[in-house]
Structures are given as structure tokens and as C-alpha cells.
Design a binder for this molecule. Structure first.
Ligand code: PLP
Length: 396
């Protein structure tokens, strides 16, 4: 590996760049996870994650990638043969459904075109048709990382209630949490799933479940056979600040630092920053004459923007050229949209200048790869940033 001067631009939609403060916290010497000092680390992490999920109910932390927490969510409350309603927002919704099917759950998809979030009206209509209440849970991806579309979770809860249906609401907010607004208690979510490597600004390696009292009670007698993922044993031991097995000690140091940083900035400011960067990125994309994959106004993500390539041009070739020449990693198109889209991550520890550098890298890459576009997208993004900055200051 040869040295490349300057900072690599890691602008995929997670893992996101890890701030120095978090890296330093992680590099602190590992401690005895059963010793007297650990309880404080464990308690701080559990309480901190409650503040991020905005819940007073239960939170569990696993040393695993997000996929593990997906499985934990399913196996603690669902039994083989149970019916669940899932919504095809994109690649990650499809993978979650595949997992449910593998576990023996009867998962039904409301089909989507991968160009927007879940439609609460379609969920309500399907639940109204289920008069026998066979559907045990509605599963929705909050921020669909493969498409850059956001599902309106509060409205999905309203749709479930409007249908008078008892189904649980299960939400994957692996790439939404700590970047875009998420309110577990207020929105009536029953199980939420998240991961460390996106808005929480950590490396991959930790995952999370937030769990309502209702889901927690159900898991006492229900769910599938399970051991490692079981909430009940975890809850008992977590009460003392410890874990039933060796936790990711150094990742927890990092998590506590990241949570402090998020609260120092203020969660609302974090969310506003992501919205601004999403809007500025879309201004650049539209100026280039390219198309944003999400076409539902108001559902465009503040976490990432997926961009459609003009026909006849390979998104993967463009990404390869941008990486080789400008040292920037952009996200690839997944499954159905492979090679047709590229994804610009604008999540986590980034500011206006990071975004400007990122968009400059994209524009230079388009030019170098011979992709037709109108020059000046970065200037359009700067205008968008300036406009929202003025509004923000005026509001103070
Ligand atoms: N769900 C969403 C929305 C994701 O973005 C990802 C990963 O990018 C996953 C699930 C899977 O998480 P992991 O790769 O950490 O297992």
C-alpha cells in the first residue's frame, strides 16, 4: 500500500468517519469487564443509548453488526409460522425479509419501487383486511440506506392504530439513528434496531435493540428458541451495569464519547445539519443534470443521496475513477440498482467543508470518467448551504 497525501474521503453511507475523540476513547486500555470500574461504563452506555433512542423503556447492546440486532428483534418476539408485514423500500428491507423467512416467519411484502419510503395508507389498508389479526408485526426500514429514502414512522404507527390492529411496530433505524429524527416512545415503536457505524460515528461492531414494555413482556413467554440474543437474561444482568458475556469494552468507551459529542452539539442540531447537507447535495445533483433516486418529496434522506447514472454509463466505473484519482469512497448500487446508482454519504462527523470537498470529488470524478453533466454543482450546493445558514441565523 502506498501512502496518499491528505485525508481519504470516506463518503459511503456507513461506516462513516470516526472522530478523533472517539478513536482516542477506543484506544484507552481495555479493563476487566467484571471488575468494579466497568459498571459505570456499562450503565453510562445503556442510559446514553436510551437518550439517543428517546426511550425510557429497554435498550440492549450487542457486540455484533446490525444484522445481529435484526435477528435479535425477530427471535425475541416472533414464533415460527407467525405472519409479519414488511415493506419493500429497498435492498435492506429485502434482506430483513429474507432473514425472517429463513427463521420460519411468514413474511409478506408490500411491494415498492425503491424510490420512496413506506406508504402508511397501504399498510393501513392491508391491516384492515386482516380482520383475524394474524399479522403479528409490521416491519419498516426507517432510513433505507440503499436508496436514500425515509419512511414516516410516526404515520406508520398512526396507520396501525387507525386500523385498530394489535400488530407490533418494528423499525430498522440502523442508518437513521443519531442522524435523522427518531423518537422511540413518542412514535409508539415496539422494537427498534440500530448499529454503531453510521450516525453514532463509531467503527462497525456494536448493535442495538430498543424494546417497548409490550414487546419485552411478549418475549418472556414468546419468541423462538434463542440464547445469545435473549433479552431477558441480558436485562437482568444489565441492571447492574454488566453483560452476560464479554462486551465490546473499547467500543463502549467510544460509544460513551460519541453520545457525549452528540449531546454537546444537541440532537436537534445534529438532525438539522444532516437535513441541510442532504438538501445541498440534492441541489448539486440536480445542477449536474442527474437524477436523485428518491422521488418522494419530503422523504429524501439527510443521511445519504443515491444518484441515478445517465443511461449507458456505469456507476461502478465512475466510483472506481473517483477513488483512483481523488481518493474518495462513494457507495455502490445494491442488488436491483447495482451499477445504476452511486450513493453519496453525508452522515456522521461531517461539516460544510467536508461536504464541499465530497461534492468536489464527485464533480471531478464525473468529469474524469466522462459522465455527461453540467459543471457547477458544487457552487449550487454552496448556495443551498448559504441559504439555510442565513435562515438558521435569522431564527436564533
Ligand atoms: N439495515 C440497514 C438500513 C443498513 O444500512 C444496514 C447496513 O448498512 C444493515 C441493515 C445491515 O447492518 P450490518 O451491515 O451492520 O450488519
Amino acid at each position: 500500500m502506498t501512502h496518499r497525501a491528505g485525508r481519504h474521503f470516506l463518503q459511503i453511507p456507513g461506516p462513516s468517519p470516526v472522530p478523533d475523540r472517539v478513536l482516542r476513547a477506543i484506544s484507552t486500555q481495555t479493563m476487566d469487564h467484571r471488575g468494579p470500574d466497568f459498571a459505570e461504563v456499562g450503565r453510562t452506555a445503556l442510559a446514553g443509548m436510551k437518550s439517543i433512542f428517546k426511550t425510557e423503556q429497554h435498550v440492549f447492546i450487542y457486540p455484533s453488526s446490525g444484522t445481529g440486532a435484526w435477528e435479535a428483534a425477530l427471535v425475541n418476539v416472533l414464533s415460527e409460522g407467525d405472519e409479519v408485514l414488511m415493506y419493500e423500500t429497498g435492498h435492506f428491507a429485502t434482506l430483513w425479509k429474507k432473514m425472517a423467512t429463513r427463521l420460519g416467519v411468514n413474511a409478506e411484502f408490500i411491494e415498492g419501487d425503491w424510490r420512496g419510503g413506506a406508504d402508511p395508507d397501504r399498510i393501513e389498508a392491508r391491516l384492515r383486511a386482516d380482520s383475524a389479526h394474524r399479522i403479528k408485526a409490521v416491519c419498516v426500514v426507517h432510513n433505507e440506506t440503499s436508496t436514500g429514502s425515509v419512511s414516516p414512522i410516526a404515520q406508520v404507527r398512526q396507520a396501525i392504530d387507525a386500523a385498530g390492529h394489535p400488530a407490533l411496530l418494528m423499525v430498522d433505524t440502523i442508518s437513521g439513528l443519531a442522524s435523522i429524527d427518531f423518537r422511540f416512545d413518542e412514535w409508539g415503536v415496539d422494537v427498534a434496531v440500530s448499529g454503531s457505524q453510521k450516525g453514532l460515528m463509531l467503527p462497525p461492531g456494536l448493535s442495538f435493540n430498543a424494546v417497548s414494555e409490550k414487546a419485552f413482556e411478549l418475549s418472556k413467554t414468546g419468541g423462538m428458541r434463542r440464547s445469545y440474543w435473549d433479552w431477558q437474561e441480558m436485562a437482568t444482568i444489565n441492571g447492574t451495569g454488566y453483560f452476560p458475556y464479554t462486551p465490546g469494552t473499547n467500543m463502549l468507551y467510544g460509544l460513551n464519547e460519541a453520545i457525549s459529542m452528540l449531546h454537546e452539539e444537541g440532537l436537534d442540531n445534529v438532525f438539522a445539519r444532516h437535513q441541510r447537507h442532504g438538501a445541498a447535495t440534492r441541489a448539486a445533483v440536480r445542477h449536474w443534470g442527474l437524477e436523485v433516486l428518491c422521488r418522494q418529496q419530503g422523504q429524501e434522506s439527510g443521511v445519504l443521496t443515491a444518484v441515478l447514472m445517465p443511461s449507458g454509463h456505469s456507476a461502478d466505473n465512475f466510483r472506481k475513477v473517483a477513488l483512483a484519482h481523488y481518493d474518495i469512497s462513494l457507495g455502490n448500487g445494491l442488488s436491483k440498482v447495482a451499477d445504476r446508482v452511486f450513493r453519496i454519504g453525508h452522515l456522521g462527523d461531517i461539516n460544510d467543508l467536508t461536504l464541499a470537498g465530497t461534492l468536489t470529488g464527485v464533480e471531478l470524478g464525473l468529469r474524469k470518467a466522462g459522465v455527461p453533466h453540467a459543471a457547477g454543482g458544487v457552487a449550487a450546493a454552496m448556495d443551498a448551504l448559504e441559504d439555510t445558514r442565513i435562515t438558521a441565523l435569522a431564527a436564533e
